[in-house]
Every structure is written in C-alpha cells, then in structure tokens.
Design a protein around this ligand. Structure first.
Ligand code: SF4
Length: 475
C-alpha cells in the first residue's frame, strides 16, 4: 500500500511540474513515506529526518515533507518536534501535495494535513501511460475491523470503497499500457462493496461483492494474464469467493491469507473474529477449489502477543505444519499507540518473543524448502518481470530473467540476450530449487519468437532444451 502511495505521490508531483532528482544533495524536495505498523516507526523517522539537518542548513530552500501513517498518527506534533519539517500529510491527502508545497514556497507556514476523505473518498489512479508488468490497483481503503494489535484503523480510517467501473477503467488503461498482472489492494480487500450498488442479498454477514468484482474484472480485461489481491481477511473467504477461484483462470493459484495465530485463545484476544477451525476449513476449501491444481497459501503471524503461552505457540507451530503454508511472514508483537491491546500486559519477554520467532521461521524455512524441492522436474508458467538480480552465472548468449510462477514462487529463467522478455508468459521446466526461488528452463519458445529474428529463434530451438542451471550456477 505504501509503495503504491509513493507512486501516486510521484504522479501528482510530476503532474505539477516536478522532476525526479538523481541525488539527495540536488533535490529541492525530499518526501519521507512512512509506515507505523511496527514498533519504533517514529524514532526511525526522526533519526532519518535528523540526518538531513546539515543539508537543510546548507540549502534553506530545501523542502522536507513527511507522508504516510506516521504522519497521520503524529500530525502537527511532528512539526512541533522538528523545526525543519515543512509539510506533514496523511495517506488521504496525497492529491493536495502540490498545493501544500506551493503554499510553503510562497512563504507560508509549515502545514499538516491529515484529514480522511470520508464524505467523498478519492482513489488516485495510475495513468497507465508507462505501466509496469505488475501494477497495483486500489479497490478500497481503511479498515472496519478492530484487531486489537493493529494501528491501521487509526492511521487509514474507516472502510471506503471504490466504484467497480472506476476500478475496471484503471485496469483497462494499465493493460493497454503493458501491464500483465494486476494486484488489487485494500486493507481488507475481500470486504469490498460497490458504493454505487445496493448491498448484496445474503444471510451471511461476511458476504461481500468482492467475488463479483473479480468476475467483472476478468470479463472486462480478457488479455490480463494474472489477477491477485492483498490483503484479505479470512472472515470474507466465503463459499462464493472460493467459487470464484474455482471458475476464474485469471486468478493466480496463490493467496496470501493472514492468520496471525494458531491458538483460539490468542485469536480471541486479538479480536480476529474467527477460530482456528474456521480458518482451516475455509483455507482447505480454497486450496482444493480447482479440480486439477492446488491453490497455495501463504500467511502472516504475530508471535509473543500478550498472554501467549508456550502451549498457544505450539498451536501456531501445529497450524503451520497442518496447513502446509508455502511461505509466511512473522513478526514479534510490539505495542502500538491507540490500540486495544495496550490494555493487555505485554508479558511475553523479548527473549521469549525472539526465541519463538526463530523457531517459527525455521519451521517455515524447512517447509518452504520442501515445497520448492517438490516442484523440481515439474512444469510451470512464469510471468517474467525483468532481468534477474541473482548473481548466478548465465551462459553465453543468454541472461537470467526473474519472474513468478502461477503459484507466486520466484523463478529465474534463461532468456536469449537482447530480448526484453519483461511481461512474457513462458512455460518452463523447473530444474532446481534454491532457498527462496526456483531455477527453470523455457520449454515454450513461441513467446520469444515475436521478439527474435527468425535465425536466432532457430538457434534457440537447438540450444534451449539442454540448458539448465544448478545450485552453483553452472550451465
Ligand atoms: S484487518 Fe485487522 S490487521 Fe488487518 S488492517 Fe484491519 S485491523 Fe489491521
């Protein structure tokens, strides 16, 4: 969400005549975009801003702005604490950034704008002119859940939804500009309700219009290669959403479904509003929704939540084994300002939190490794995103591209030199498994042919079937 907000800030600034600077020293404006989900966000921000003091003293015309969730949380207090911050703006005030800058440049006082656009919510869209292979599209913002550990409802406000037609129009522009994969974004993305339509008719209070949104996108953008979404809440993983996964081939075969704990006692204290058993039943239905292919699931955990006992933590470990998550993100609990969990005693020691985090990550690593190794020798369809950052050696005439399989595993694929394969879908055979990624060889050369002179294409036909990469990177 923050990466998307940063892109929109660039859009509004460029639209107002600003240009990207190549170094901090030559910049007239420096914007910090901040996240406050984890601890010490304010201290980290203040420490980073403090490093700019000499620059500001040398160039008093330099403007410094703070955006994002710390800005929303602290507001005017940031201006009071740091005299050389010129602007503070919340996530709903991005569109106002150029006007605020103009005001300060005209000699006005430092300004803080942190109002939520509750009456008339705005969703800044990408123009689509130079779309990347994967683009983020916001479908809703804010959160009406009140998970007891989470600061997001405070920093992002209540849920507001974007009309379906606006979402479809933006995706259409992005696809026309070269986007192959769309990631729908929202704090509880699967609670979507179209504000321009009547509420869904259902006895299930967790039913949303998200499955319908997915269907409408699939119908309106037939050339879209992949559709993903993040982050869903398990409460809205209803039978109709699972049915959408069964029917829509454009939906990726992977879903990130945060669970946070495997213990019912902890889930209750977290106010997650589902039990371990409900989560298991729903996710199992999702994993097996498609007849011939499994849908993989990754998740998030918080360890060391107040009151978490060794027994509760054992429930978390057993859930990980039981659900066969292909990957997970785990964090140590830390108190966040204004959250309900502040009323609970933070009684798990730092040492216990660290030790549980290590055990959970070690289990996740071993399951993740086993999953990747199990794929060696199978075929997959990889959406190539761009040249690989891997330092593995290629072979003469080829270079490594990085992409993701339909299950979201990272894959490195050899591509002929001189071909910009970004955005291509290639059928591959998986030849090796690294710690967090796969090595693969292209089976399907047709995708490259549009990009190659026919002579090189013929050479490729002869050479590619013998190409493979092993752990050492040798061909
Ligand atoms: S669903 Fe819970 S964890 Fe997610 S943003 Fe909302 S309050 Fe935070």
């Amino acid at each position: 969400m923050n990466a998307h907000d940063s892109e929109r800030m660039v859009d509004v600034l460029v639209g107002a005549g600003w240009q990207e600077a190549s170094t901090l020293e030559t910049a007239d404006l420096i914007v910090f975009n901040t996240c406050s989900v984890r601890e010490k966000a304010e201290q980290k921000l203040l420490s980073e801003v403090g490093k700019l003091k000499p620059l500001k003293e040398k160039n008093p015309g330099l403007l410094i702005a703070v955006a994002g969730c710390v800005a929303q949380q602290e507001g005017q207090k940031l201006l009071d604490r740091v005299s050389f911050i010129d602007l503070v703006l919340g996530p709903d005030n991005i569109a106002e950034l150029p006007a605020m800058l103009a005001q300060v440049e005209r000699g006005g006082l430092a300004v803080a704008r942190t109002e939520f656009d509750l009456e008339d919510p705005k969703f800044l869209a990408a123009s689509g002119a130079s779309a990347s292979v994967t683009s983020y599209v916001t479908t809703m913002k804010g959160c009406d859940e009140r998970c007891s550990f989470c600061i997001v409802p405070t920093t992002r406000g209540p849920e507001r939804y974007r009309p379906t037609n606006e979402i479809i129009d933006e995706i259409g522009r992005l696809v026309a500009g070269g986007t192959r994969e769309v990631m729908l974004l929202g704090q509880t993305v699967d609670s979507f309700r179209d504000p321009s339509l009547p509420p869904p008719v259902s006895d299930n209070p967790d039913e949303s219009q998200f499955p319908e949104l997915l269907r409408r996108i699939a119908a309106a953008s037939p050339s879209l290669a992949r559709l993903r979404y993040t982050s869903p809440h398990p409460r809205h993983l209803t039978p109709s959403l699972i049915q959408a996964h069964a029917e829509l081939s454009v939906l990726a075969r992977h879903v990130h479904m945060p669970v946070q704990s495997g213990s019912n006692r902890v889930l209750r204290r977290m106010i997650r509003r589902y039990t371990r058993e409900e989560y298991q039943a729903r996710v199992r239905s999702l994993q097996t929704a498609r007849t011939f292919e499994a849908i993989t699931v990754s998740t998030d955990f918080i360890v060391g939540f107040p009151g978490e006992t060794e027994e509760d933590f054992a429930d978390t470990l057993s859930l990980v084994e039981d659900m066969r998550f292909t990957s997970l993100y785990a964090f140590k609990y830390s108190q966040r300002p204004g959250t309900p969990a502040l009323k609970l005693t933070d009684d798990v020691t730092e040492r216990q939190k660290s030790e549980r985090l290590s055990r959970l990550l070690a289990l996740a690593d071993s399951l993740g490794q086993a999953h990747l190794k199990s794929l060696v020798g199978t075929e997959a369809c990889v959406l190539l995103e761009g040249p690989s950052k891997s330092d593995r050696r290629g072979i003469a005439g080829f270079r490594l591209f990085q992409g993701r399989t339909e299950r979201a595993e990272i894959a490195h694929v050899l591509v002929p030199d001189g071909v910009d394969a970004s955005g291509l879908l290639v059928q591959v055979r998986i030849t090796g498994a690294n710690k967090h990624s796969l090595e693969a060889e292209a089976l399907e050369l047709r995708a490259f042919h549009d990009h190659l002179a026919s002579g090189i294409g013929r050479a490729l036909r002869r050479r590619l079937p013998v190409i493979g990469m092993n752990e050492g990177g040798a061909p």
